[in-house]
Each structure stands twice: as structure tokens, then as C-alpha cells.
Design a protein around this ligand. Structure first.
Ligand SMILES: C[S@@+](CC[C@H](N)C(=O)[O-])C[C@H]1O[C@@H](n2cnc3c(N)ncnc32)[C@H](O)[C@@H]1O
Ligand code: SF4
Length: 321
């Protein structure tokens, strides 16, 4: 592995293997995106993974704006990732609709650390209205993959996720939590991000640094975008097909964003000043800043309760539930 003095390394790399999606979630900007729908070229995907192997990235998320199971090559791509990066945490999000039993079987033993399924609601009419898909098939897929006979080899951890919208009631949330508990999977209910104003959300813009400044998010066309909110790559940092991931991460644009966020000036830099993404990043902060932003984050959590999480008792390696 090459040694990189003084240069910062991203803690996570997200790769949009495709920007196509089979759903039309009302709160997600995917359907409003102007980019052509495409699958990332295989040589670009491999180049990114090979770049990541030079610095041993901590975590990879092979999706961004899109549904990873719309990429016909997703399973071999995950296998390549595992081969080149055996110690990297592999986290995958899916809406679960295309994760039919055959697909779930192909994923066995690939080495996914954490599988997130964005189910969003248990109400069939709402599911169809919000996501444009039929709920019954997704529920069947989930029941197949959480079955004790196979979940151990599918992913070390499984989380089912709901996006909390304006009409989500406390009863909806309680039912969702109960559904996850019955299946012994983690449950996560998350408030709405405003996608730079495109999506209406009551949650305010935080003052602490955003998680995206310490990661690299790569669009299917190779552009390293600022983050998933910057769906077209307008505020991008570089082009992964032309430069190395580390050069882009240490380039002037990426550094400028990190500096502004770390100095508490997130609200002064476009587009972050209008964005309410509330996942924080404390990486690279001095201790006084860590304490300052730690308090700001704790206040945000207590005041706005932007998400809830319930951890399941079951983990891969524990006896079947
Ligand atoms: C953009 S999707 C991509 C991966 C995959 N298609 C899926 O549905 O999980 C990643 C996650 O973002 C969530 N999401 C989309 N728009 C959102 C918004 N405005 N606020 C909060 N979460 C959102 C989705 O529900 C999903 O859990
Ligand atoms: S604050 Fe918002 S716009 Fe800025 S990097 Fe984070 S997610 Fe992107």
C-alpha cells in the first residue's frame, strides 16, 4: 500500500454504479434529475476500486442517486470490490423491489457488511403513491432475505429504513418499529432532507460539519460530486476517470469545503447554506472544535429529533433467531 504523508484520506467512497431507479419516490430528486440514465462503465468502476485499494478506504457504498439493483453487473461488481478490498466495510442501500429471491441467493457470501432496505411505509396505497411500486412483492422479498436460514450469509447487519414525511403519524412509526422487531432487523426512521430546497422539509440547516465533506461521492459519469444533494455534479470536485481519488479529495475545491465546514462557516458556502443534511462529520477537527460541534449536534438531535434507530439483537454469527 502506498504511504500518503499529510494528505487526507476520505473515510468513505460512494460509487453511483447506476443513476437509474425502478421507483419514483416523491421525496427523492432522482426522478427530477437531468442526467441521462446510465450504468457506470466497467473500466471506470474498476479504476475507482483500484484507486481505493492504494489507501485502503474504510467504507464503500456502491450507490448514490439510483437503485443499485438496476445495474445488471452489480453482483460481479460487489465481488470485485471484496476481492480488492477485503477489509473495507461494504454498505448497500436498496428499495428491495428488485431484490427477488434469485438475486438474494446470488448475494450470499459476497461479504456485505450492512444491507439497508428503504421500505418507507407499510401502507400499500401509500407505498404505491409515494414509490410507484407494489408493496406486496417488496414485503415478500424482505421475508425471504431475513429468513434465519440465509440472512447470516447475506449481510452481517440488516436495517429497514423509513423516510418520515409530513403525513407520517406516530402510529405509522410504531407499526414500522414493530414490523422490524418481529423480523429481528434494525429499524431506522429518518426525517426529510430538503435537497437544496427541491424537497420541502421542516428541519433547519445545521451548523456542524456535514458528513459529505469527508467522503467522496462519484456519479455514474465519473464526476466527483459534492454530495448526493448535488445530483448533477454542479459543485463537483473533479473527474474520477481522469484523476486519482486521493488527488481529487486533496484538490482545492474539496479542501475549500472542508475548511469552511470545519470553521463553522457551512452556512456561508453554496449550496451547503441551504441544505439541511444533518449527518455530521467530526473527522479532522481540533479538540475544541470537536467539543463545539458535538454540543451543536446533540442540541440538534434533542430539539428536532431528526431520526430514530432501534438496533436488533440479531447479528450474523449469533445463533439463528
Ligand atoms: C437515494 S436512495 C438510493 C438507494 C436506493 N434506491 C434506496 O431506495 O435505498 C438512498 C436513501 O435516501 C433516501 N431518501 C431519498 N430522498 C430523501 C429525502 N428527501 N430525505 C431523506 N431521505 C431520502 C431513500 O429513501 C433511501 O433510503
Ligand atoms: S451540507 Fe448539504 S450541500 Fe453541503 S455537502 Fe452536505 S449534503 Fe451537500
Amino acid at each position: 500500500m502506498v504511504k500518503h504523508d499529510k494528505r487526507e484520506v476520505p473515510r468513505l467512497v460512494a460509487i453511483e454504479t447506476t443513476n437509474a431507479c425502478n421507483a419514483k419516490c416523491a421525496f427523492c430528486p432522482n426522478s427530477a434529475m437531468n442526467r441521462d440514465r446510465e450504468v457506470m462503465a466497467d473500466d471506470l468502476y474498476r479504476k475507482i476500486i483500484d484507486d481505493c485499494a492504494t489507501f485502503g478506504v474504510q467504507a464503500i457504498e456502491p450507490f448514490l442517486n439510483g437503485e443499485p439493483f438496476m445495474d445488471p453487473q452489480i453482483v460481479p461488481r460487489l465481488r470485485y470490490l471484496r476481492e480488492r478490498l477485503p477489509a473495507t466495510k461494504l454498505r448497500l442501500y436498496t428499495n428491495g423491489f428488485a431484490l427477488v429471491p434469485k438475486r438474494a441467493d446470488e448475494l450470499q457470501g459476497v461479504g456485505i457488511d450492512h444491507l439497508f432496505i428503504s421500505l418507507n411505509t407499510l401502507d400499500p396505497a401509500k407505498y404505491e403513491a409515494v414509490m410507484g411500486l407494489g408493496l406486496e412483492r417488496t414485503l415478500r422479498n424482505i421475508d425471504y432475505l431475513v429468513d434465519p436460514s440465509r440472512r447470516n450469509r447475506l449481510a452481517r447487519e440488516i436495517t429497514i429504513r423509513m423516510t418520515r414525511t409530513d403525513d407520517t403519524t406516530a402510529a405509522d412509526e410504531a407499526r414500522f418499529v414493530a414490523y422490524c422487531k418481529q423480523r429481528k432487523v434494525n429499524c431506522m426512521i429518518v426525517g426529510l432532507f430538503n435537497y437544496l430546497g427541491d424537497v420541502k422539509s421542516r428541519l433547519p440547516v445545521p451548523s456542524f460539519p456535514c458528513e459529505h465533506i469527508t467522503r467522496v461521492d462519484i456519479l455514474s459519469n465519473g464526476i466527483v460530486t459534492l454530495c448526493c444533494m448535488d445530483t448533477e455534479g454542479k459543485f463537483g470536485w473533479g473527474d474520477a476517470s481522469k484523476e486519482s481519488i486521493l488527488d481529487i479529495y486533496n484538490g482545492p475545491r474539496a479542501r475549500a469545503y472542508r475548511t469552511m465546514h470545519r470553521q463553522g462557516r457551512r452556512k456561508q458556502i453554496p449550496p451547503c447554506g441551504t441544505c439541511n443534511l444533518f449527518w455530521p462529520s467530526f473527522d479532522g477537527l481540533s479538540w475544541p472544535r470537536r467539543v463545539q460541534f458535538g454540543f451543536a449536534y446533540a442540541y440538534y438531535l434533542l430539539r428536532y429529533r431528526p431520526f430514530i434507530k432501534h438496533r436488533a439483537s440479531f447479528r450474523a454469527g449469533s445463533p439463528p433467531p
